[in-house]
Design a protein around this ligand. Structure first.
Ligand SMILES: Nc1nc2c(ncn2[C@@H]2O[C@H](COP(=O)(O)OP(=O)(O)O)[C@@H](O)[C@H]2O)c(=O)[nH]1
Ligand SMILES: [Mg+2]
Ligand SMILES: [Zn+2]
Length: 305
């Protein structure tokens, strides 16, 4: 292998000016596939930073010390903020059914902020060991009606975890989000062997009130599948343009795109608009209206600045 040969890799970790780049698609690197890299000095990327999740070209590989240099960034489909991570394909909104109790208005907000990122969105309902089987099935159906596949997790049922893991392994790069105390860390610890991150009971969390900051890191679940380990990726700061809202509800955009309903006005908000043809007979419509009101006031606030 010549030293100047170039390889494609994935940035899985970043600290200071160092990056860990994994070469996963190349048979020559089965055993030593992780390289500690710095970014090539001469280009400096014109302020184009390199993020965890970026696909990069590396060169100047030193197989002995497992060091290399990042030459360039390729293919960035998207970039999430706080934590900064590139090329996420799937967002899993994690909510518990009890402790804390499921709050539908909150689930709705998490779902639409996830939708806003333009990624595939799914739901995971944790702590199903605390509810009856009928309730679990009822919730799966409910969220199906909302347009989402809901995975359910029961701590005492290994199959639940297996099903979710099988799903995650089909996805390129997944991230978890959701309220505090729902079991995100617990789940990550089970998915990533040896991770052993600290979990904390709900009551303790509320008192503590702040997240410890930690660097974001990607863990591989299979050759082509990763999961983001992050302590607190949350999307509470919801800034949504009112005109965007109808596109964030599967119940609405499916009617518009698949059934091609035609409202009189192209920018119809589907509230009391004249000539609106949306079938409003779906469960989440009341939360949709709630969000329209929320966004109106929010929008005004921004305008007033
Ligand atoms: N009963 C039950 N408790 C759980 C489950 N998953 C997590 N917990 C508990 O919920 C609390 C919060 O979990 P944690 O993973 O720290 O939540 P996070 O804030 O979302 O990361 C801990 O006390 C966990 O032991 C579950 O499936 N069932
Ligand atoms: Mg946690
Ligand atoms: Zn309409």
């Amino acid at each position: 292998m010549k030293a100047e040969k170039k390889y494609k890799g994935l940035v899985t970790k970043k600290f200071n000016e160092f990056y860990v780049v994994e070469i996963n698609q190349n048979k020559n690197f089965e055993n030593n596939k992780k390289f500690l890299c710095k970014v090539k000095k001469s280009i400096n990327f014109q302020n184009q930073l390199v993020f965890v999740g970026d696909e990069v070209i590396i060169y100047q590989l030193d197989l002995q010390s497992q060091k290399a240099t990042i030459e360039s960034v390729i293919n960035r489909n998207n970039l999430l903020e706080r934590p900064s991570v590139a090329n996420i394909s799937n967002i899993y909104v994690i909510c518990s059914v009890e402790e804390p109790k499921l709050n539908l208005s909150q689930v709705n907000k998490f779902l639409i902020s996830a939708e806003k990122m333009g990624l595939e969105v799914s739901l995971v309902l944790t702590k199903c060991d605390l509810i009856k089987e009928e309730k679990r099935l009822f919730l799966i159906q409910k969220f199906h009606n909302w347009g989402y596949q809901a995975f359910t997790l029961n701590l005492n049922n290994e199959n639940d975890l297996k099903n979710l893991l099988t799903e995650l392994k089909k996805k390129k790069c997944s991230i978890f989000t959701g309220p505090s105390g729902v079991g995100k860390t617990t789940l990550l610890n089970k998915i990533i062997p040896g991770l052993n991150k600290k979990t904390s009971p709900v009551s303790y969390k509320i008192k503590r009130g702040k997240n410890t900051t930690r660097n974001v890191e990607l863990f591989s679940l299979s050759r082509k599948s990763y999961i983001v380990d992050t302590p607190g990726f949350n999307m509470q700061t919801l800034k949504i343009d009112i005109r965007e809202l109808p596109n964030l509800y599967p119940e609405i955009y499916k009617q518009v795109v698949d059934e091609r309903i035609n409202c009189k006005f192209r920018n119809c908000l589907h509230i009391n608009d004249e000539g609106c043809n949306l079938n409003k007979n779906f469960e989440r419509y009341k939360y949709y209206k709630e969000m329209i009101e929320f966004s109106k006031s929010h929008y005004c606030l921004i305008q007033g600045d």
